[in-house]
Design a protein around this ligand. Structure first.
Ligand code: CS2
Length: 511
């Protein structure tokens, strides 16, 4: 019997789903929670939870996931009603593939108090804690990677270590509870797009713990591993249309649908303590050094997304696939990546860089993935260092041109400046530095040189040596001037028209 439209996803419904919906092919009742994941958003449900589902099908080994949300949305009730089952749709232009993921056994809401999160994280059975808490969740200073001791949540947590709010504070307290109870080691695996994410996570947790005393810091040094990882799959926020697609195509309701592209990748540094889920048996790679992979992914795929998001918003495009359908923007991004980004990359085992660029650009043309430019533009201050500023720094060190890579940096500035009152509040933005940049814009107005000077002085984003570089400043001034003009795309066209050699030192247009 096929389900009626009113049927909601549940274990009882599994046997009645249409045959083209793939289902967990293992005994969910035999799962044992061994992995906790902080930040159960669309990306986790589309990525690590799917790899774990694959692992359970292939090798079983009982690895169940407990999800923890310490920020909105609340998910325990929504997923709880479905016994933590949800549909993962793969959409590739007109193709839709549905699969029910069963690897999550429970989701815990811990937005109001850290207690539920701490309870799970301290269980002796939890051997791995993975996390997708967004770049800003680490409370680090983007330009240096150090814990931001002035961050309001860190100030709060150091004063109230038993009732933490921040990720570093929650993890440090959970480790303290583990130390004081059973003492079992644990691997903390960051799955966010920050460079050397394991090192940054280790830094912020250790720095926090050191302030709590050397006993905890020493225990962490001996019992906790912080491998780095590169994660990849485009999985934008779910829309109502995605939920309706499930009902229309497959005949049931699911309030926790996630949607992603077919491509996925997970490269994990092989540095665990305790048991290791054999994700390498189902497509992930365990490697000694993640750095070449993460540079490639963040500078090429994420660099392209960020560029298309800012230039896309400035040109009136809503989604990535629409921005990249524009020949000027597509041409700009391809040339930026091949001429300026690729030469900054180290060799990556098994990957041909030019082919990777083409594959990345082609992923972005997927018309079924409605990734909003404003979503990607969110928290740009936390993203541009690894996506744009690091390759710019590498190129400047060698005297190479940065004319193209500096355009999206100016794009990020233009995006925040245009959100200020002085520039007409063109759109609403979400970025930890939005207020600061808006205040600068309100104070300075349209003196572009002074605006750039003041924004580059924000040293949490721009390290002082880069900010002082004359070539970089000149390009960013020209870029911001061009992108704030009435014809921002005319400026992009003009940059592309410059002969490559002339771009070495001089910007296309001086303000
Ligand atoms: C995006 C990423 O929102 C963003 O910052 O660039 O979420 C991107 O889609 C993923 O990193 C792809 O793996």
């Amino acid at each position: 019997m096929s389900p009626s439209p009113a049927d909601h996803l549940s274990p009882a419904l599994l046997d009645r789903l249409p045959p083209n919906v793939r289902k967990p092919a293992y005994d969910r009742a035999a799962l044992r929670p061994g992995i906790a994941h902080i930040g159960v958003g669309a990306f986790h449900r589309c990525h690590q939870a799917e790899y774990t589902d694959d692992l359970l099908e292939h090798h079983f080994d009982r690895w169940g996931l407990i999800g923890i949300n310490i920020r909105p949305p609340s998910l325990a009730e929504t997923l709880g009603r479905q016994d933590s089952l949800y549909t993962r749709l793969i959409r590739q232009n007109d193709d839709v593939e549905a699969r029910i993921i069963g690897s999550i056994v429970r989701v815990v809401d811990s937005q109001d108090s850290a207690a539920p999160a701490l309870d799970v994280l301290a269980w002796p059975e939890i051997e791995i804690v993975t996390m997708t808490v967004t770049e800003k969740g680490y409370c680090h200073i983007p330009s240096s990677g150090a814990l931001d001791l002035d961050h309001p949540d860190i100030v709060h947590d150091l004063a109230n270590p038993h009732a933490p709010r921040s990720v570093p504070g929650i993890l440090a307290r959970a480790l303290e509870l583990r130390m004081a109870s059973h003492g079992r080691p644990v691997t903390l695996l960051s799955c966010d797009n920050i460079p050397t994410n394991g090192i940054i996570l280790g830094n912020v947790v250790r720095t926090f713990a050191e302030r709590r005393g050397s006993t905890l810091a020493n225990w962490i040094a001996a019992n906790v591993a912080f491998p780095s990882a590169m994660v990849d799959r485009i999985a934008p926020a779910t829309t109502k249309a995605d939920i309706d697609t499930v009902e229309k195509r497959f005949g049931y309701r699911d309030s926790a649908v996630v949607i992603g592209e077919r491509f996925r990748q997970w490269v994990i540094e092989n540095r665990f303590v305790g048991r290791v889920p054999r994700w390498d048996l189902v497509g992930a790679s365990f490697v000694d050094d993640v750095t070449p992979f993460e540079h490639l992914k963040m500078r090429v795929l994420n660099g392209a997304q960020t560029t298309l998001s800012y230039l896309g918003v400035l040109s009136g495009f809503k989604h990535t696939f629409e921005a990249i359908a524009d020949p000027l923007l597509a041409g700009f991004v391809r040339r930026m990546l091949t001429e300026e980004t690729l030469p900054t990359l180290m060799p990556v085992p098994g990957i041909v860089p030019t082919a990777y660029v083409e594959q990345s650009l082609s992923r972005l043309t997927n018309t079924a993935i409605h990734h909003r430019n404003h979503q990607i533009a969110t928290d740009g201050s936390q993203k541009i260092v690894q996506r744009l500023l690091n390759p710019i720094r590498d190129r400047l060190a060698k005297g190479d041109s940065i004319a193209l890579l500096s355009v999206p940096v100016a794009g990020w500035m233009a995006y925040l400046v245009k959100a200020s009152a002085r520039f007409g509040r063109a759109w609403q933005v979400s970025d930890p530095f939005a207020d600061k940049i808006a205040a600068i814009a309100d104070r300075i107005g349209s003196d572009i040189g002074a605006l750039v000077e003041a924004i580059l002085a924000v040293d949490a984003i721009f390290d002082p040596a880069l900010a002082a570089n004359r070539v970089f400043r000149a390009h960013v001034v020209a870029g911001l001037d061009g992108l704030l003009s009435d014809d921002p795309m005319g400026f992009v066209r003009q940059v592309l028209a410059e002969p490559t050699d002339d771009r070495l030192k001089q910007p296309a247009r001086s303000a």
